[in-house]
Design a protein around this ligand. Structure first.
Ligand code: CP
Length: 305
């Protein structure tokens, strides 16, 4: 694995390897890397979780983080993403983490430079490290994926999380269903659409999505309270979920819109566990890209899968 830009690039076995590695790190930590590495985190879109969990992951591995703030960088003088990345490559960055509003830009950059590129979210394209942390969270719950019923709910059309997870979960053998408002459906994802009432009764994993207001042409062209009642996870719907079913959400959460605020930290919610797993997932990706095996036991993997 040279770059980490799309879940499309990974086989089932490669996904399992990363999931197992991240799961082990989440339980036992990881040793710092064997030499000094530098990482450039190039965030051109707002982020709390992804950016900060990359920083924590990098620092836990002993990586020096090069501070970059787009708004006070030479990007404001018109420097391109390519030239910015080449600059970091020239001054010694071993890793580039990119979040940007343009779909497919991480792939374009990865094709153009030698330094490993990690896609930290590219517009409505993909968010593969979010997907990996979601997979780790599901794995910790069910220990396998085959036949699990996963419902992805909400603003599918604008969600890079939906895209990465649809690819990954189908590769791993889950049954995927989608639910959401008709105007936000995405015909490129070829999975059945069901109602939210069907979803709550069927799902082993209910994966809620954030409404991506910033990507909508018609800001708030819907009533938030009636949205919750029709398409969201209300208290009444949560009561109809299977006993073992869990709720995921990549966050930030629009409380009271996708989900009743009181359910964000309910017993079956794994939302903050997902964030915790984000550090281990990103450590696993970085170790793999830098060819650092870490404490992952390949023999154990081969025996179990
Ligand atoms: N889930 C996620 O990508 O959150 P941030 O936008 O805060 O990074």
């Amino acid at each position: 694995m040279k770059h980490f830009v799309s879940m499309q690039d990974l086989s089932e076995q490669e996904m399992y390897k990363l999931i197992k590695k991240a799961d082990q790190i989440s339980r036992g930590g990881a040793r710092p890397l064997n030499r000094q590495y530098f990482a450039a985190n190039l965030f051109f879109e707002p982020s709390t979780r992804t950016k900060m969990s990359f920083v924590v992951a990098q620092r836990r591995l002993g990586i020096e983080v090069l501070d970059f703030m787009a708004e006070v960088s030479s990007v404001t003088k018109g420097e391109s993403i390519y030239d910015t990345a080449r600059t970091f490559e020239s001054i010694g960055a071993d890793l580039i983490v990119l979040r940007h509003q343009e779909e497919n830009i991480a792939r374009k950059l990865a094709d153009a430079i030698q330094t490993p590129v990690i896609n930290a979210g590219d517009g409505t394209g993909e968010h593969p490290t979010q997907s990996l942390l979601d997979l780790v969270t599901i794995y910790q719950e069910f220990e396998q994926f085959k036949g699990l019923k996963v419902v992805i709910a909400g603003d599918i059309k604008h969600s890079r999380v939906a895209r990465s997870n649809a690819i990954a979960l189908s590769t791993l053998g889950c049954e995927i269903y989608l639910t959401g408002m008709e105007t936000w459906q995405d015909s490129s994802l070829r999975f059945p659409y069901i109602s939210m009432d069907e979803a709550v009764e069927m799902a082993d994993v209910l994966m809620l999505l954030r409404i991506q207001h910033e990507r909508h042409q018609d800001h708030l062209a819907f009533d938030q309270n009636s949205y919750l009642q029709t398409y969201g996870l209300t208290i009444e719907r949560e009561r109809k979920m299977k006993k073992h079913a869990v709720i995921l959400h990549p966050a930030p959460v629009n409380r009271g819109v996708e989900i009743d605020s009181s359910l964000v930290e309910c017993e079956r919610s794994r939302i903050f566990k997902q964030m915790k797993n984000g550090v281990a997932a990103r450590m696993a990706v970085i170790q793999t890209l830098l060819n650092q095996g870490g404490n992952y036991n390949e023999e154990d993997f081969n025996q179990r899968h």
